[in-house]
Design a protein around this ligand. Structure first.
Ligand SMILES: Cc1ncc(COP(=O)(O)O)c(C=O)c1O
Length: 357
């Protein structure tokens, strides 16, 4: 239920919530104003950092828990188990606190320290697993979560990649919000794809209202999704390590509904990082790495856009989770993103450049 609905359900006129969970959803859409030199269309960002857990994953965590309780898979005092790149874990941990569940999270070792500390702050038990192993490897964060759910009594592995409540949360909330906020004028929807829930659920709702809205899934170099969409082939050669967090996959999650995604674009680690920094410096929008990726996705289709188009780009989370990464110049340098700016000749130019992005 949206925040607005909670307000109107009040039996008195106090503008208060009963708990933090009631503030999930109904996030604002904010116009991007400084990219018009390159992008002719009007672009609105759906800024999911306004959720109480600072990401779109609050929506799915709430839906998945409610569904598990409703279907009897999770009983009072039970244990929530999830494999997560961080945000879903944070949202599950937050809601677990309010509902009295234990929460165990398996995470890939490339997640930021900030994210790890956040999970601990909410009392979640965190198990860090290697990233560069195949999903079926017993050491992978998927396998570890599966194993724990078999060992711990009264526990439930949510598995956001294959749990239909993930996309359903966005079908029932994010999609209608975007449709209403744009008064149905949306022409393009650009969204990063990891588990696929955000893009697919939202897109399904929007396409049901107007099938002509173009849906663009944003994928990472090193992920199999784009090629799979185009050819139906799962190509192992597409898989290699990359820096971008939570975008792209080395599996095909059930929650990616390829039928409602018109096309995928791939974005680079480096450009995505610069785009996120630009959003902070140019728009005052302090959002995460995948938000930069999503904006880069809009840049990738800019030649198709006209001034009459209304683009909605979804920004999944908040920049504070990447202070030690893309917003840290040393990390950027170590990642090789500043290559070409690393000798004296380029230093002054680089300083000026960093101030501008
Ligand atoms: C920061 C961030 N961006 C993008 C995504 C991708 O969204 P989805 O999993 O709904 O495809 C996620 C999900 O893990 C995320 O946490």
């Amino acid at each position: 239920m949206s925040r607005k609905a909670y307000y109107t359900n009040k039996t008195n006129s106090m503008r208060v919530y009963n708990n933090v969970v009631e503030t999930i959803g109904n996030t604002p859409m904010i116009r991007l104003n400084t990219f018009s030199k390159w992008i002719k269309a009007t672009v609105y960002a759906k800024v999911e950092a306004f959720n109480p857990g600072h990401s779109a994953k609050d929506r799915i965590a709430l839906f998945m828990i409610d569904e598990a309780v409703r279907s009897g898979k999770l009983k009072p005092g039970g244990t929530i188990i999830e494999s997560t790149s961080g945000n879903t874990g944070f949202s599950l941990a937050m809601i677990a606190v309010t509902k009295g569940f234990r929460c165990i999270l398996t995470v890939p070792n490339k997640i930021s320290d900030e994210k790890l500390n956040l999970l601990g702050a909410l009392g979640a038990e965190v198990i860090v697993c290697p990233t560069n192993v195949r999903p079926e490897d017993p050491k992978s964060y998927y396998s570890k979560a599966q194993q724990l759910s078999q060992e711990i009594p009264n526990s439930f592995y949510f598995n956001q990649y294959f749990n239909s409540a993930n996309a359903e949360a966005h079908y029932q909330t994010t999609g209608p919000e975007i449709w209403e906020q744009t008064e149905g004028k949306i022409t393009h929807y650009v969204c990063s794809v990891g588990t696929g829930g955000t893009c697919s659920g939202t897109a399904k709702y929007i396409k049901e209202q107007n099938k002509d809205v173009q849906v663009i899934g944003v994928d990472a170099y090193g992920s199999v999704l784009k090629k799979f969409h185009e050819t139906g082939e799962f190509d192992n050669k597409e898989i290699y390590p990359y820096k971008l967090e939570a975008v792209g996959k080395n599996i095909i999650p059930d929650n990616v509904n390829f039928d409602v995604i018109d096309k995928f674009v791939k974005v680079e680690d480096k450009t995505s990082a610069f785009r996120a920094r630009q959003l902070a410096k140019r728009e005052g929008l302090f959002v995460g790495y995948s938000s930069g990726a999503a904006l880069q996705g809009v840049f990738k289709i800019r030649e198709e856009l006209t001034k009459d188009d209304v683009v909605v780009v979804l920004f999944p989370d908040h920049g504070s989770r990447y202070l030690g990464k893309i917003f840290n110049n040393e990390w950027m340098e170590e990642a090789g993103f500043l290559y070409g700016y690393d000798n004296y000749k380029y230093m002054l130019k680089f300083r000026k450049f960093l101030r501008s992005i």
